[in-house]
Design a protein around this ligand. Structure first.
Ligand SMILES: NC(=O)C1=CN([C@@H]2O[C@H](COP(=O)(O)OP(=O)(O)OC[C@H]3O[C@@H](n4cnc5c(N)ncnc54)[C@H](O)[C@@H]3O)[C@@H](O)[C@H]2O)C=CC1
Ligand SMILES: O=C(O)[C@H]1O[C@H](OP(=O)(O)OP(=O)(O)OC[C@H]2O[C@@H](n3ccc(=O)[nH]c3=O)[C@H](O)[C@@H]2O)[C@H](O)[C@@H](O)[C@@H]1O
Length: 427
């Protein structure tokens, strides 16, 4: 099938290259010339395991452009995968989705055959039918479900294992109304062996928010129990090993630590809270999950101060800046809160991350430009006697922490074994 993807970020690019691997041809559309150029040179603009190899292998079966018309006229299905960030007040910002819908609508005007538009960006229930559909209809002069198809297909991939998740998902959810669109999407996803759930459009939108809110709440709940465990001298990882053996609960996503970051849990929980409040509901569980998460990185500083009460002028090593390992993404990383607090206490920060140092500096200039960056994790250990672990990169397991004070937000076993003084946040 010939597919166009609007927005070539983490989701758009991985999804597109995934579809290429499944035998399709893909045209990426983006507004960022740097990304377009990199994609056309088979270089991933983001770090994601296995992506570069696939891009090289399948070069020629995809390309990127700024030109919506070219992409839509030369494809049968268009996925919208642009960002849906938070506004200041936590509500969902639909600027990019609206812009993309206008451009797609304009191109659809010239299209002679039945074209299908699929919203893959995470959008609040009602958005596809109440925002995207009217824009497409206005700009194309055509009617949805009659002259062109429209569906909502949320994405559940995780960064770091994105390709693997896209190709082997737990499930595929498709919100669809017309039979023609359903048939095409069934065909497109046929090579993927996973349960496929067809729902109406707003149910599909809600499944995405409910999933992310549940996962975020699961971690916050674990961290709340973890904080109690810490005070009682109990290892919360052992506790959740036991809890997770109950098949109704599941052992996954129970790693206690300094909490969740990333581009989605923070923004999606906030957007859902705002939406609920608009509807006159008070979503106390999701609000509490956010609150626990905001406090969690401060636990690391609290524990640090137990061992090093005066931070002024002290060199503190920070291992990890990405919001999780195997990604260069720093959006809502816990590292920001940790580093900000260290700088407020006038500590000198020496940080290292295998992939995310450039992004950290660029995204958070207020703190990113005030810290020193080490050449390697070993270099951090050479320069600092007090180490904070913020991201659990595998290479941090290979270090010798002898003689160091280590405060660990993620649980690096090597540090636990070799450090002179070791404190885990929830263990
Ligand atoms: N990052 C993740 O792991 C996941 C993200 N999602 C959702 O997918 C959506 C996209 O997220 P990411 O890929 O992380 O965002 P991203 O920020 O990495 O990528 C978005 C891309 O869209 C481009 N763009 C913006 N406006 C455009 C326009 N008018 N026309 C064409 N391109 C445009 C940007 O230049 C950028 O390359 C969001 O709604 C997010 O919630 C869903 C599941 C996983
Ligand atoms: O909508 C999205 O964008 C995606 O959000 C998350 O994926 P992602 O943010 O890439 O990463 P996760 O592996 O879920 O981790 C999120 C955060 O939770 C933290 N985490 C995760 C698991 C855990 O047990 N404990 C824990 O603290 C991680 O360190 C990280 O900061 C979801 O897992 C995906 O299903 C979803 O598609």
């Amino acid at each position: 099938m010939r597919i166009s993807i609007i927005g070539s970020g983490y989701v758009g690019l991985v999804t597109g290259i995934g579809f290429v691997k499944l035998g399709n041809e893909v045209i990426f559309v983006d507004v960022d010339d740097r990304k377009i150029q990199m994609i056309n040179n088979a270089q991933p603009p983001i770090y994601e395991e296995g992506l570069e190899e696939l891009m090289r292998e399948y070069k020629g079966r995809y390309y990127a452009t700024r030109d919506y018309k070219e992409a839509i006229l030369n494809s049968e299905v268009t996925f919208i995968a642009v960002g849906t960030p938070s506004r200041e007040d936590g509500s969902m910002d639909l600027t990019y989705v609206k812009k993309a819908s206008e451009e797609i609508g304009g191109a659809l005007k010239e299209k002679g055959t039945y074209h299908i538009v699929v919203v893959k960006s995470t959008v609040l229930p009602g958005t596809t039918e109440e925002v995207v559909k009217p824009i497409l209809e206005e700009y194309s002069g055509k009617k949805a479900f009659e002259d062109f198809g429209l569906a909502m297909n949320p994405e559940f991939l995780r960064e770091g294992v994105a390709l693997k998740d896209f190709l082997n998902p737990d499930r595929i959810v498709i919100g669809v109304q017309d039979g023609r669109t359903k048939k095409v999407l069934e065909e497109l996803y046929a090579p993927i062996n996973a349960p496929k759930l067809f729902t109406d459009i707003k149910t599909a939108e809600m499944i995405k928010y409910a999933s992310n809110a549940f996962l975020a709440t699961k971690i916050s709940f674990a961290n709340e129990i973890g904080n109690i465990c810490k005070k009682l001298g109990i290892d919360s990882w052992r506790v959740f090993e036991g809890v997770g053996l109950d098949h109704r609960i599941s052992p996954h996503f129970f790693k206690t630590g300094i909490g969740w970051g990333g581009s989605c849990f923070p923004k999606d929980t906030k957007a859902l809270i705002r939406k609920a409040e608009e509807l006159g509901e008070d979503p106390i569980i999701i609000k509490a999950a956010v609150e626990v998460n905001e406090r969690q990185p401060l636990k690391l500083i609290e524990l640090l101060k137990k061992h090093v009460p005066e931070l002024k002028g002290k060199i503190i090593g920070v291992l990890g800046l990405a919001f999780k390992p195997d990604t260069d993404d720093v959006r809502e990383t816990r590292a920001y809160v940790v580093v900000k607090n260290l700088l407020e206490e006038e500590a000198r920060v020496v940080a290292y991350d295998p992939q995310a140092m450039e992004n950290f500096k660029r995204f958070y200039p207020d703190v990113g430009e005030r810290i020193e960056y080490a050449n390697s994790a070993e270099d951090v250990l050479k320069r600092a006697d007090v180490i904070l672990i913020v991201t659990e990169w595998r290479e941090f397991e290979k270090l010798d922490y002898s003689g160091k004070i280590v405060i660990d937000g993620r649980r690096i076993k090597a540090a636990e074994k070799t450090a002179r003084v070791y404190e885990g946040v929830c263990w």
